[in-house]
Design a protein around this ligand. Sequence first.
Ligand code: HEC
Ligand code: HEC
Length: 415
Amino acid sequence: MFRFRYLLPVLFCVVSAVLLAAELDPASHWYATARERTALLRDAGKAIFSDSSFSASGRQSCASCHDPARRYNPANTLDVQMGGLTLRSQGFRAPPTLTYLNRIPPYDNHHHDSEEEADNSIDNGPTGGLTWDGRVDTGAQQAAIPLTSAFEMGNTVAGVANAVRKSPHAAKLRAALGDDALATDSKAFAAVTRALGAFEEDYAEFSPYTSKYDAWLTGHAQLSAQEQRGLELFDDEAKGNCAQCHLSKRALDGTPPAFSDYGLIALAVPRNPAIARNRDPNFHDLGACGPERKDKAGQDEYCGLFRTPTLRNITQRQTFFHNGKFHDLAEVIEFYVTRDITPERWYSRDARGKVIPYDDLPARYHGNINRDPPFDGQRPGAKPRLDKDEIAAIVAFLHTLDDGYLKDNPYRSKR
Ligand code: HEC
Ligand code: HEC
C-alpha cells in the first residue's frame, strides 16, 4: 500500500514537469496550436519592427521610417528618408503610412470591383499591390525590400540571419515556425519577413477604424459644420471629386471606407529637386514602369502611375505624394485644383525660362496623366473649382480621419 499511496502524486509531478518543460523549451513547438503560433510570430514581428540590430548601421529599424506613435508615418518632415550603412544614402520616395495596409488588394492589371460598385464589368485599370508602384503583394514580400535596400536598412540576408539568431526573438520564431526555422540564412531571413508580415496583419493595431469619421458613420458623433461642408466638397464631382479615388462611403457589403480605391494613377506630381537622384536629368521615377518595379519596364502605358494612398491618418504625415514634394495639406489641394490653370506655380523652367509642363514625366508619357475632375476643364485663366475657404473645409474634414477619437472599432461593437 505504501508504494501506491505515493504513485498518484509522483505521476502528477512527472506529467507536470514534462508539460512545463515543453512550455519552457522553445524547441518543442508541437504543443502550440496554430493560433498560438500566429501570436508568437506576431509578437516576434512587433519586436523586430522596432529593433535596430537588423540594419547594417545598427541605428535604423522599420519604426525609424514608420513611427508607431504617428500611425506608422515618418516622425520627421524630410521629403525622403536617409538609410544605408552610415545613414547617408538618400531614398527617392516618401514612406507611406502602414495603417490600413491590410485593405490593399493584391496587384491586378485589370481590376473589376464587385464589392465597391454595383457594376463589376468596369475595368478600373491597374490596382493594388504594396509600395507606391504596387510591385509586391504581401507584407512578408515587402519586408525583404527595406531590410536589404542600399538606401534603407542596407543589410544582407546573412546579416539579417545573424541578427535574428543573436536576438531575443529567436526562441519565439523557433516556437512558431519549427526548430530549424533559423537553421540556414535563407530560412532565418524568411522567418524574419514572415514575422513582420504577421505583425502587419494585427488588425486592431493597423486598421483600428477609431476616427471621428467612423464615429459619425456609425451614429456616435456629429461633424462640425465646417467638417460636414468639407465632406460634401470632397464627395462632390463638380468640386473636389476626391472620393472618386479616395473612397469615402461604406462598400455595398458594409465594409468601412479605406479612403482609397488603390488605383494606380498618374497625377504628374512636380519633380522634387531635393532628391539627389534627380540631379541626373535623365533619372525619372516612373512608378509602375520602373525603376523599382521591373515587370512593366518599357510598357509606356504604366509610366508615371503611382498607387492611390489611403487618406486615413493623413494629418499624422508631414510629407505628401510619392516624392515627398509637398508638406502642407492645403497646398496639396491647391495643386489638384490649379495644376493646369497655373502650371508655372508648380513646374520648373528650362534654361530659356519656359515652364516645363509635368516636369517629372517625359513628354511621351503625358497621355497617361489623369484629367478627371478636379483636373478636367483646367486651362490658364479658368476659375479653380475650390476657393480658399472650401480648401480649408476639406482640410478640416481630413482631420476627422485620424484614428484615436473612439476607443473601440464601432463597426465591430455594432455587430
Ligand atoms: C529608410 C526608411 C524606411 C525604412 C527603414 C523602412 N521603410 Fe517601409 N517604406 C519606406 C518607403 C520609402 C516606402 C515606399 C517604397 C516604394 O514605394 O518603393 C515604404 C513602404 C513600405 C510598405 C508598403 C506600404 C504601402 O502602402 O504599400 C510596407 C508594408 C513597409 N514599408 C514596411 C516596412 C517594414 C516592415 C520595414 C522594416 C523591415 C520598413 N518598412 C522599413 C521607407 C522605409
Ligand atoms: C483620379 C484619382 C484621384 C483623385 C480624384 C484625387 N486623388 Fe488624391 N491621390 C491620388 C493618387 C494616385 C495619389 C498619389 C500620387 C503620387 O504620389 O504620385 C494621391 C495622393 C493624395 C494625397 C497625398 C497622400 C500621401 O500619403 O502622401 C492627398 C493628401 C490627397 N491625394 C488628397 C486628395 C484630395 C483632397 C482630393 C480632392 C481634392 C484628391 N486627393 C483627389 C489619386 C486621386
